[in-house]
Ligand binder design. Structure first.
Ligand SMILES: Cc1cc2nc3c(=O)[nH]c(=O)nc-3n(C[C@H](O)[C@H](O)[C@H](O)COP(=O)(O)OP(=O)(O)OC[C@H]3O[C@@H](n4cnc5c(N)ncnc54)[C@H](O)[C@@H]3O)c2cc1C
Length: 380
């Protein structure tokens, strides 16, 4: 009886790098390795990307980060722009517009501008805001522009990166699920694959595939309720838009001395927004529709039922922000990402030649390319 070896264990020998997971994190590693001249094979359990990487705002939210996340975000910015030029990935150098609707929120932005300087943060008066966002809440008293930030269309970006990799000769083997890892071999639902190095980038599914590693950083799943709405009055807004609630979320803004006052004021005036852990923000798709959100719930396993009250809250607050009476909903969905209180980035060795990588802070679009470069510097 003869036993045929599966292709990856045949005379061709092992690939230099096997990437498990074809979301933005896995593909960023594939791009980085390919550009370093390695042979790369990517596998994914699905026929196309449907995970966190297509369910997000597409906000490459660089400046509001702090510490390591800021370094990785700045490091990855150039790669996003390169991919826009050579892989037709839709990326806009549009910056972020942060709106302030109270003196405390303006205080956060003033302090942030002072810390970061005018290359990163430019304060805006009310009229400046009006030129960038025609329709808005009359309560807006000013804002800031964060010119380094970028924006992509999350529904097209991952497919465009995957398409470019395939054009470059990188194989993406779909409907192939990794099940276990041994030295030099990854077992999959379609047989073993031999690889010199392995990156496991399965997003929040790391808790199913490698539960002990997930437990080491207290990994849980964060569920977000998201909506796509028609733009009121044909509104066009180029930058991503953040609000006072974003100042409580992103570490660069949340570290200012005025941020606790912003939190107290939400606690007094609209505690339901804090209860929903809302980060009121939006980005615009090419056809004008707005991606709006978001809210956060944390659990190891989530109830399958979304709460319509939470969606109503997002709709109410977005309508108020845009100074309109209501919004037409076109789509609703739930996004899930991996979250940890202990770290923003899970990077674990699984033997000398394998790294398990998951962004555990909801900023994978922003940090993907900087992270891939850092992980491969260490692994190769
Ligand atoms: C609603 C929402 C809004 C967000 N907004 C932003 C934002 O604006 N900016 C930002 O920077 N970040 C944002 N994020 C976070 C960002 O989307 C994620 O950090 C990022 O997409 C994670 O990418 P990933 O490749 O790790 O995961 P995923 O995109 O989920 O990809 C993981 C892939 O692994 C595959 N897989 C899983 N298990 C296996 C297996 N055993 N074998 C083979 N394949 C497997 C899956 O099929 C999937 O394709 C948001 C997230 C959500 C949910």
């Amino acid at each position: 009886m003869t036993t045929e070896l599966p292709p990856a264990l045949s005379a061709d020998g092992p690939v230099d790098l096997l990437v498990v997971g074809a979301g933005v994190i896995g593909l960023a590693h594939a791009v980085e390795a390919h550009l370093r001249g390695l042979s790369v094979l990517v596998i994914d359990r699905d026929d196309r990307a449907v995970g966190a990487s297509v369910r997000n705002f597409g906000h490459i939210c660089i400046t509001p980060q702090d510490g390591r996340a800021l370094d990785l975000a700045i490091g990855g910015r150039t790669r996003w722009l390169e991919l826009a030029a050579k892989a037709s990935v839709p990326v806009l150098e549009c910056g972020t517009l942060v709106l302030a609707r109270s003196a405390a929120e303006l205080g956060v932005l003033e302090e942030f501008a002072e810390r970061r300087g005018s290359d990163q943060v430019r304060l805006l008066g009310r009229a400046d805001v009006g030129r960038r966002l025609a329709g808005h809440d009359p309560a807006v008293i000013g804002g800031a522009e964060l010119p380094l930030d970028l924006r992509t269309d999350p529904r097209r970006a991952v497919a465009a990166i995957a398409g470019w990799l395939v054009d470059q000769g990188v194989e993406i083997r779909r409907r192939t699920t990794a099940t276990s890892f041994e030295q030099g071999v990854v077992r999959t639902t379609r047989g073993p694959i031999a690889a010199r190095k392995v990156v496991v980038a399965v997003g929040h599914d790391v808790d199913h595939l490698l539960p002990d590693i997930a437990d080491e950083v207290g990994l849980r799943r964060c569920a977000l309720q998201m909506l796509r709405v028609a733009a009121p009055d044909d509104l066009r807004v180029v930058p991503a838009v953040l609000t006072g609630l974003s100042m409580l979320r992103y570490p660069g803004l949340a570290a200012t001395s005025a941020a606790p006052t912003v939190r107290e004021s939400f606690g007094r005036q609209a505690p339901e927004l804090l209860d929903a852990v809302m980060n009121l923000m939006f980005t615009q798709l090419d056809n004008g529709d707005l991606i709006i959100g978001d809210t956060h719930r944390y659990a190891l396993t989530h109830e399958p039922f979304d709460d319509e009250d939470v969606a109503d809250l997002v709709l109410r607050e977005t309508a108020r922000l845009l100074g309109v009476g209501g919004l037409t909903v076109r789509q609703r969905w739930r996004g899930i990402y991996a979250d940890s209180d202990q770290t923003d980035f899970l990077i674990k060795e699984l033997g000398a030649d394998t790294r398990v990588v998951s962004v555990t802070s909801g900023i994978g679009m922003t940090t993907s390319h900087g992270l891939a470069s850092a992980v491969l510097d260490d692994l190769l």
